[in-house]
Design a binder for this molecule. Structure first.
Ligand code: SAM
Length: 312
């Protein structure tokens, strides 16, 4: 059985791994240090390269969606944790109609505290001196919203998105980065169906485990179980099962890619740069790790605005 505490702790892990990799120079993120303390633990280069590919590919997909929709779109980040993508996009002057982050209240309240004590973070969510509205768990800026909801409770999620001013007729991208795998199949099925039932033009990006039916997958499951985290891997058997999940829940088209192929599709000059940061002992280990994670993306685009062309 997972405990909420065990699941929430995965956010601290992700944020710490990102901070460590950023401090090492894998990629630039001037905001991650505002949500994390300096990493106490070091991580193997394979882990940092994994995060590098995950962060780069998500930004790539999101920017393509924003370009296709000319910025007249909404981003909903499910289980956003301490993700900094909103601030990094703002830093590059990439804007959307609104950007909404959702997580458990214990996570959003900590994120709100970090935002409130940093002028650098606050300045990106206010404009023309407009006030940011917040309580202990929810924060509403002009185009940024951070709200508390349990993703298993769709009525609560719907209500919180409504309070954030969501427009279900506007193209909306949903991001779930290492989130659905912590939630039971019946609930994730319901989330995906709710998305396609409610949003007329929508794109979904899911990052999580794949090819989990082997020994490596078994060890990963055991490892997380010992930290009070059950992974729900029914759809993590193959790229095909990942895509089928999307298609059976109302998406018109879906595609998926193992992270080792994502990595080799990223700009190669940057790859050469990151391979020089730390000595990589065994290339095989990197390939093994990267073949157990994937991006899967899916779209519903009845007006043919071009969502079917978005890929990595
Ligand atoms: C591994 S972390 C990933 C955080 C962020 N997406 C990233 O990639 O850096 C998983 C996040 O999902 C959140 N989460 C998991 N199950 C959830 C649920 N049922 N309701 C709300 N948030 C949930 C956790 O609290 C945590 O912040």
């Amino acid at each position: 059985m997972s405990t909420e505490e065990g699941i929430r702790a995965t956010n601290d892990d992700a944020a710490q791994c990102k901070r460590f990799a950023v401090d090492k120079g894998y990629w630039q993120d001037p905001f991650i240090a505002l949500f994390t303390s300096k990493a106490r633990q070091s991580h193997a280069p394979e882990i940092s390269i994994g995060y590098y590919a995950r962060v780069k590919a998500l930004k790539l997909l999101l920017k393509k969606f924003i370009t296709v929709t000319d910025g007249k779109c909404q981003v909903v980040s499910l289980g956003a944790g301490f993700d900094t993508l909103f601030w990094n996009l703002k830093d590059e002057c990439v804007n959307t109609t609104s950007y909404i982050e959702v997580d458990f209240s214990a996570v959003t309240s900590r994120k709100i505290q970090c935002i409130r004590r940093s002028e650098k973070l606050l300045s990106k969510i206010t404009s023309d001196g407009e006030e940011v509205k917040f309580n202990a768990t929810d924060l509403h800026g002009k185009d940024y919203h951070l709200v508390a909801a349990n993703l298993k409770n769709l009525a609560e999620l719907d209500q919180k998105l409504h309070e954030s001013g969501i427009d279900k007729t506007l193209p909306t991208i949903f991001i779930a980065e290492c989130v659905l795998v912590y939630i039971e199949k019946s609930n994730t099925d319901a989330i995906l169906k709710w998305v396609t039932d409610n949003f007329s033009t929508t794109f979904f990006v899911n990052y999580e485990q794949v090819n989990m039916a082997d020994k490596f997958g078994e060890v990963m499951l055991d490892n997380l179980r010992s930290r009070d985290c059950m992974l729900h891997v029914e759809y993590c058997q193959s790229l095909e099962s990942q895509k089928q999940r999307m298609l059976t829940h109302g998406f018109e088209g879906a595609d998926a890619m193992e992270m080792r192929h994502v990595l080799s599709s990223l700009p190669q000059d940057d790859m050469q740069r990151i391979q020089q940061i730390e000595f990589l002992d065994e290339r095989e280990l990197l390939d093994q790790l990267m073949s157990h994670y994937c991006y899967c993306w899916a779209f519903k685009d009845p007006n043919n605005i071009g969502l079917s062309h978005i890929n990595i």
